[in-house]
Design a protein around this ligand. Sequence first.
Ligand SMILES: C[S@@+](CC[C@H](N)C(=O)[O-])C[C@H]1O[C@@H](n2cnc3c(N)ncnc32)[C@H](O)[C@@H]1O
Length: 244
Amino acid sequence: MPTESASPSAEQLPARTAAVWAALDPLVDTGVALRVLDVGGGSGMFAVPLARLGHTLTVVDPSADALATLHRRAQTAGVGERVRGVQGDGDLLHEVLADDGGYDLALCHSVLEVVDDPAVTLREIAGALRPGGQVSLAVANRAGGVLARALAGQPADALAVLGDRGPAPGRPARRRFTPEALLALVEGAGLTPGAWRGVSVVADLLETASGADPADVRQLELALAEVSPYREVAAGLHLLATRP
Ligand SMILES: C[S@@+](CC[C@H](N)C(=O)[O-])C[C@H]1O[C@@H](n2cnc3c(N)ncnc32)[C@H](O)[C@@H]1O
């Protein structure tokens, strides 16, 4: 059973991920302990707070360094026994997890941008979920990337992001998504998408430019995350999808 009633979306968490935690809260703050798979979970930015809520985490990540940091963080937070790190690739989950499927919840945050093939990764994640299990997806939003570069005084870079080109000849573009592309990817993996949110509509833009109260920025993020036309220009997109 969860050991804490306080949700990880509480005051101290950064405004830029407030919309993600707002989507996760109804799933993770119910008093029921879940089996959670965090694909590309890195050093545990999400895994450790979820373990502190009483959930059991398996983090799959190819980076030995990130997994070592995850292990340290989990130990320090007193949840080492509920956090397992597995070195591996999101495109090959069936190999690294073997028969270890049936997860209630999977996270795939800021990872589809860097895997070899996001469609393969998402199908692998779908296969690791139990029927009715859900995946939380967070990806970079192309429109937000264009806007951020334009506002930073980098119009050439903004045009490159708009055209899905790299920042310089020969340098590949970081993969970015549109809401439509993300929805198509989810449906292609046989998952049922829920409503999508904008993640960090203003927080990243404000970071360097303003002395605004972080609590006010967090409130603004939560108010804008599900509302058009604001969510369309957020730095990121978030979606919960369900395995039928
Ligand atoms: C930007 S970090 C995101 C970390 C974490 N998900 C978060 O939101 O804080 C991207 C992570 O993806 C991992 N990664 C890179 N290639 C991967 C792959 N093929 N499969 C799974 N994870 C991968 C990296 O090692 C890194 O930890």
